[in-house]
Design a protein around this ligand. Structure first.
Ligand code: ADP
Ligand code: MG
Length: 697
């Protein structure tokens, strides 16, 4: 049970003063996980991505252009709009004048705010237009009293459409007020050595920065929280592993009959890496210990097949298997791959997602419970309470970083001594794998199945988009199928969607109804329909937001166009490109970029052009990410983390790993005084299912 001390943090964000149900929905969309409402804790841990510095207070003539200044001005004249123009308010100081511009503004409101003759502080972006200094829609218009209350540095939060900075800042402040007094869980010596403050003080500094450096991810406040998160992760990993070792496993040796049948049914031979990986997994399964292994390899490296062989060995041993994928598209694809092979060997596989028909679902659940179904494939619908197995022996978890520790543990808990195989197509750089995964064992597929043709990758200036479209027209006439990925826009899904819709319009001018659209806000059914139409060749060009990043498999698609490629992270570009080059035909990838291209962005596109090796790309990504600049990458933590970032916090990761080891050596059940406080930490970062294991074990 969660300590009641933490209850205020787990209340819904919509209960915060100044939020309410309508804004609450926006926070749910921004911060809520898979359909869950956002909570006060989510608001607290949603750290600023940037800042506005309002400390610069020059005279008008000295105000830097294109930057934010806070200026003391006298209002000299109002010029209400003539026709469609804006409302202008002329102001001055002893050095020069500044025009304030308001579009679609209520004139009564402006007259009240800026009466002629009054002195006001205005804060906003100063620009030159038609030789006049101007400020369009000042962010702030204040009198002396207001100026005193103006924060010197304003945090800027990642938002969703309809949510405003001021609302986000207010919610963060309200959430801080709800933060209960928490005991310190970090070691006093460590704290002092690192120069860190408390959890609460660090959060408070991040939401109310005094200077820009206060919100830097490298700075002490962010680092303290990143360390907290990493420590909770390391503790959870170790608790899970200790429990597994303690409970032991069951030897699932099998007789090799099914695996042999599958191998015979395949039209190809396993690659050397696949053979090695399966040998490692097979030995784990056969041993008395519980398996906790990660299988990593690029998209298309043949992980699914290795997983199927592992499942077959477990089924030979008379037990059941489950494969959980993070999205419905992915789950369906696994099902489509596995079912024919399974059926050819006399096995039954079933799919379970969030939206099965009632009767269907009941039959599936019965099949799981009776043991009639040997292979369960699904989304997180698999971890729901009413899903039970006769005898689950293996849980395979695809794209493991997309699931929390809690979901992973829940699936593994649906059987006795369940072996766990996790898979990822996002290789973690070798330098960090050990620390990141705790002591999980890792098998890697570096080698591609034979016969893959390299993907012809080119970076093309977006100014030449017409040539690209003309090229597509020729290719489509010749039967090609094309993915067109739209840009990330300010990290907001709504703007991403707007960009995608615009692009669909443009392309339909040329290609008519042969253009389809798929995006993250579509209903599952519509998404499937759009995918199915593309897969069947009814549509030839599929415009997509990044939802196609994971999973989608249409071997006939041979061209990938990525718009604003410079905005994507390297790993993400690599994942996207992996959607093509899956069939026999030669594939190409066109990276459309806009000038000016920064050094890091240029380096990213060059690496992508040079290699398709996901492991090398992961290493390069880590190196380049340290240099920032990627929109998507700057905002999110490492996969599975909200605050910690592998590029910046690698040293903290190692520290957390050592500390977790030390703590659990002394207090393996976390029942001592410090153990109790660390339990709070596990709840805060949602790794508390590891505690359930303690009690059970
Ligand atoms: P991943 O899960 O790593 O993305 P898959 O297991 O889906 O990769 O494999 C991608 C494609 O490659 C599938 O069509 C699969 O049948 C094929 N494949 C897998 N292993 C081999 C192999 N050894 N030789 C040839 N093709 C293979
Ligand atoms: Mg796969």
């Amino acid at each position: 049970m969660r300590p009641s001390l933490l209850d205020p943090l787990f209340a819904e964000a919509s209960a915060l003063p100044g939020v309410g149900p309508k804004t609450g929905k926006l926070f749910d969309r921004l911060l809520g996980g898979s359909g869950q409402p956002a909570r006060v804790l989510d608001v607290l841990l949603h750290l600023p991505v940037s800042f506005v510095d309002r400390r610069n207070r020059p005279k008008i003539a000295q105000a830097p252009l294109g930057a934010v200044s806070t200026l003391k001005v006298r209002v000299t004249e109002h010029r209400p709009p003539r026709g469609k123009g804006p409302y202008r308010v002329l102001t001055e100081d002893e050095t020069g004048d500044l025009t304030l511009i308001f579009f679609h503004a209520n004139s009564g409101w402006i007259e009240k705010l800026l009466p002629v003759g009054a002195t006001r502080w205005v804060s906003g972006l100063v620009e030159i237009f038609d030789f006049y200094r101007q400020m369009v829609h000042p962010d702030r218009v204040l009198d002396e009293a207001g100026l005193k209350a103006l924060p010197p540095v304003e945090p800027v939060y990642g938002l969703t459409e309809g949510l405003f900075q001021r609302v986000a800042a207010k919610a963060a402040a309200a959430a801080l007020d709800r933060l209960p007094a928490l005991p310190e869980w970090l070691d006093d010596k460590n704290l002092r050595a690192a120069g860190w403050g408390t959890f609460a003080a660090s959060l408070s500094q991040l939401h109310h920065p005094q200077q820009p450096a206060d919100i830097a991810p490298e700075g002490p406040f962010w680092a303290r929280l990143a360390y907290d998160e990493l420590l909770s992760h390391q503790l959870a990993l170790r608790l899970v592993r200790a429990r597994m070792q303690k409970l032991g496993g069951r030897a699932q040796t099998g007789d090799g009959a099914l695996t042999a049948r599958i191998l015979r049914a395949l039209p190809f031979a396993l690659t050397g890496d696949q053979q090695n990986a399966f040998a490692e997994i097979s030995a784990d399964l056969a041993s008395e210990r519980r398996m906790l292994r990660l299988l990593q390899g690029d998209v298309g490296s043949g992980k699914t097949l290795v997983a199927l062989l592992a499942m077959a060995q477990v089924i030979e041993s008379g037990r059941q298997t489950a494969l959980m994928a993070p999205t419905e598209i992915l789950a369906r694809q696994h099902y489509a791959t596995i079912r024919p092979l399974a059926e050819a060997c006399g096995l039954t596989a079933a799919l379970i997602t969030g939206r099965d028909k009632v009767a269907e679902r009941r039959a599936t659940l019965e099949g799981f419970a009776s043991g009639a179904i040997q292979i369960a494939i699904g989304t997180h619908a698999l971890v729901q309470d009413d899903v039970a197995f006769a005898d689950l022996g293996l849980a395979v978890i695809d794209e493991q970083h997309r699931f929390g520790v809690n979901q992973r543990v829940t699936l593994a808990d649906k059987g006795a001594c369940v072996d766990v195989l996790t898979m990822t197509a996002t290789p973690i750089p070798r330098t960090l794998a050990l620390a990141y995964f705790g002591d999980m064992e890792v098998s890697s597929l570096r080698e591609k199945p034979p016969g893959r043709k390299p993907i012809d990758t080119r970076a093309v200036n977006a100014a030449r988009i017409d040539e690209v479209v003309a090229g597509l027209a020729r290719a489509v006439e010749a039967g090609a199928r094309v993915y067109w990925v739209c840009p990330l826009v300010e990290g907001s899904e709504d703007s991403d969607l707007a960009a995608a819709k615009d692009r669909v319009e443009d392309l339909r001018q040329i290609f008519g109804d042969r253009v389809g659209l798929v995006h993250g806000q579509m209903k599952g059914r519509d998404k499937d329909a759009a995918m199915a139409a593309f897969s069947a060749g009814e549509t030839k060009i599929l415009v997509a937001t990044t939802v196609i990043e994971v999973g989608v498999n249409v071997p006939e698609a041979t061209i990938m166009v990525i718009e604003h490629a410079e905005r994507f992270g390297l790993a993400q570009l690599h994942q996207l490109r992996g959607r093509v080059g899956r069939g026999a035909a030669k594939s190409s990838c066109i990276l459309l970029y806009c000038q000016p291209l920064g050094d890091t962005a240029r380096a990213r596109l060059e690496i992508l052009r040079d290699t398709e090796d996901g492991f090398r790309i992961a290493e390069e990504d880590l190196r380049l990410r340290g240099e920032g600049e990627v929109l998507g990458a700057r905002q999110s933590g490492a996969p599975g983390f909200r605050i910690a970032r592998l590029d910046l916090h690698a040293a903290l990761l190692r520290m957390a790993r050592d500390e977790a080891e030390r703590v659990l050596e002394q207090d393996p059940q976390l029942t001592g005084a410090r153990g109790e406080t660390l339990r709070l930490l596990l709840y805060l970062f949602e790794r508390d299912s590891a505690l359930r294991l303690l009690r059970a074990g």
